[in-house]
Design a protein around this ligand. Structure first.
Ligand code: IPM
Ligand code: MG
Length: 357
């Protein structure tokens, strides 16, 4: 019997719709080859939702997400909505999905692809062989901490946020970090700012406590500023990096850029019940609608979906291999193009990948 998966599709803004369409083209092939069926339900999110409904995350969209096995997400945001207050911005749609669906763990793998080594800003000898995973806590920290706000005190404007973690939040992400490391190279780097912040001191204590159950996994602690530096100097030494929401936001962009293009980087955000798959790059409004965006990050996010939600690791691996082959054969979108390779658009890139499946 055919397995059926309900997929909520939220293309969002900018290049979101193009890269999502291209990815669905690849999923169509997967569904034929692996005897699965994907039932797609589309929802509005971000600026597109603001324009139609006034809300970056309409009730209807949230409902579609809650009835799904997985959510495939494009990107949100754009200049048009940049002047709205924080609470009404497209990004708020994304943040609310994370919170409402309790997607506490964000997996952001960054891998150096052999054919793209010269796209990295780092020397080939430094970047070759990099294969790391940033595991970012996604529903806590200064992103959601209260109190937060802007006000006037004694005639002066102040803005403030609260960096806060609860023990259970640290415990569950630490546990997942060790579990994931066991399936990789057995090493966890926990990143914090324990030399300055109380919340980090507590984070570190709890990670150490959880580690007692995973003594087979190597654990090191690193301050976030040092981590930012070591990622550039010796990225190969990292396996799983586990960290809080704000440090993870920053470190994951850095880790991503190491490998050459943000256009290559997938992510998965998972909780107890729901799973959400999204490329790391944003909505790239400057190239939206031109059909030139790189769909690989979204296609690889769909591969993570096949692995984690659909329990089809073989299909996931096949997509990764097809992506590698396509790059090997010289096909490039403009963001990763170099002299001597073949420039293709969003759909042709997806087509080439699909053909190699
Ligand atoms: C990310 C993005 C988001 C974040 C924005 C768009 C709210 O930068 O997913 O890394 O800060 O988490
Ligand atoms: Mg970010």
């Amino acid at each position: 019997m055919k397995k059926v998966f309900k997929i909520a599709v939220l293309p969002g803004d900018g290049i979101g719709p193009e890269i999502v369409d291209a990815t669905i083209r690849v999923l169509d092939i997967v569904s034929k080859k692996y005897n699965v069926h994907f039932e797609y339900k589309y929802g509005l999110v971000g600026g597109a939702a603001i324009d139609e409904t006034g809300d970056p995350l309409p009730e209807e969209t949230l409902r579609i997400c809650k009835e799904s096995d997985a959510i495939l997400f494009g990107a949100v945001g754009g200049e048009k909505w940049d002047n709205l207050p924080t609470d009404k911005r497209p990004e708020k749609g994304l943040l609310r999905i994370r919170k409402e669906l309790q997607l506490f763990a964000n997996l952001r793998p960054a891998k150096a692809y052999e054919p793209l080594l010269d796209a990295s800003p780092l020397k080939e000898s430094v970047i070759k062989g990099v294969d790391l995973l940033v595991l970012r806590e996604l529903t806590g920290d200064v992103y959601f901490g209260e109190p937060r706000g802007r006000e006037v005190r004694n005639g002066e404007r102040v803005g403030y946020n609260t960096m806060i973690y609860y023990e259970h939040e640290v415990r569950r992400i630490a546990k997942l970090a060790f579990e994931l490391a066991r399936k990789r190279r057995n090493k966890v780097t926990s990143v914090d700012k324990a030399n300055v912040l109380e919340v980090s001191g507590m984070w570190r204590d709890i990670v150490n406590e959880v580690h007692a159950d995973y003594s087979d996994v190597e654990l090191e602690h690193m301050y976030v500023d040092n981590c930012a530096m070591q990622l550039i100097r010796r990225p190969k030494d990292f396996d799983v990096i586990v960290t809080g929401n704000i440090f993870g936001d920053i470190i994951s962009d850095e880790a991503g850029a190491l490998t050459g293009s943000l256009g290559m980087l997938p992510s998965a955000s998972i909780g107890e019940r729901y799973a959400f798959y999204e490329p790391i790059h944003g909505s790239a409004p400057d190239i939206a609608g031109k059909g030139i965006a790189n769909p690989i990050a979204t296609i690889l996010s769909a591969a993570m979906m096949l692995d984690i939600t659909c329990k089809l690791p073989k299909a996931a691996r096949d997509i990764e291999i097809a992506v590698e082959k396509t790059l090997d054969d010289g096909f490039r979108t403009v963001d990763i193009w170099s002299v001597g390779t073949t420039k293709v658009g969003t759909f042709d890139m997806a087509e080439e990948i699909a053909r190699r499946l």
